[in-house]
Design a protein around this ligand. Sequence first.
Ligand SMILES: Cc1cc2nc3c(=O)[nH]c(=O)nc-3n(C[C@H](O)[C@H](O)[C@H](O)COP(=O)(O)O)c2cc1C
Length: 341
Amino acid sequence: MFQTRITEMFGIRYPIICGGMFWVGRAELVAAVANAGGLGFMVGATFGEDLDALRAEIRKARDLTDGPIGLNINLFPAVRHQPIEEWAQLAIQEKIPVVETSGRSPEGIVQALHEGGVKIMHKVAGVRYARTAERVGCDAVAIVGYECGGHPGLDMVTSLILVPLCADAVSIPVVAGGGFADGRGLVTALALGADAVLMGTRFMATQECYGHPAWKEYLVKAAESDTAYVMRTIGNATRVARNPLSDKVLEMEARGTTIEELIPVITGRPNAAFEMGEVEDTLASVGQAVGLIRDIPTVQEFFDRTLEQAVQVRERLDRIVPRAAPDWLLSALGSKKSAPA
Ligand SMILES: Cc1cc2nc3c(=O)[nH]c(=O)nc-3n(C[C@H](O)[C@H](O)[C@H](O)COP(=O)(O)O)c2cc1C
């Protein structure tokens, strides 16, 4: 049950992955996801150049679970220096089984990670980048659509289109992200050709996720239309909670701003929402899946209900979609052979 190429490759019970989330995705969340049978990623960038703090967080997660702990290595352009090679070495030393990379091709660290026994799932927002991930030797590719929290890429194409295109384009396992938040999403991801679903926004509204209670309450109340897609014009598109600051950034972009003019505006109070629950004056990553969040369960409760709902969806589909091609379809196809699965 629920066995896919990803559950086999990553050694997990269920094809449910919690993507790396800067600042909020810490030991408690990643361990809770592992205990529930999935895989979660801690983010190197949360700790910047403080490698000891990252190592301590990984070990803290290890104390909370015997399951796999993943590490996200962010390759996005950043204002501050990012110790990418050091994060990769730390993943090897700490025997991290899977690294999630994102932002640009991980080609430079693929060989070292593989030699150190680490698998690589590269996260992309376009099919051409998925092909590159396969070409440079990644073990799996995660593809996220326009609706996702974090970085949806520049093409503005939704997951519903990207996932099947990606599954057709590469032969390595595909993980579907962006807009998924429940058991319907899990079955949909698998139906579209993915070997697992990846969620971020939904996992932010769990008991174990780091974050101010007011921020989590905001996630429960926010609607699917309460996000904004900002910074596309400077090539670093991000989906965030819509507020006066995101409106201001969009206005600046509409009149043709520069990166230099934007930087002081966008780097003002980076973690005010997560730390203090202040949502009005900060750019906090959130996906459109926020509209599907109605409560703040534990990760275990979320897994239980997601898996149960997935089974219910299957039962519903069994009543609607025939398991074998009916006679009328076979004769319409002019063949006695069953249609391809
Ligand atoms: C608060 C937040 C922070 C994130 N930080 C990162 C990050 O540091 N690196 C990364 O690769 N993806 C990051 N993401 C993206 C997630 O890993 C994941 O791809 C995305 O949330 C999936 O779409 P969804 O939000 O619709 O579930 C972040 C997402 C959120 C919501």
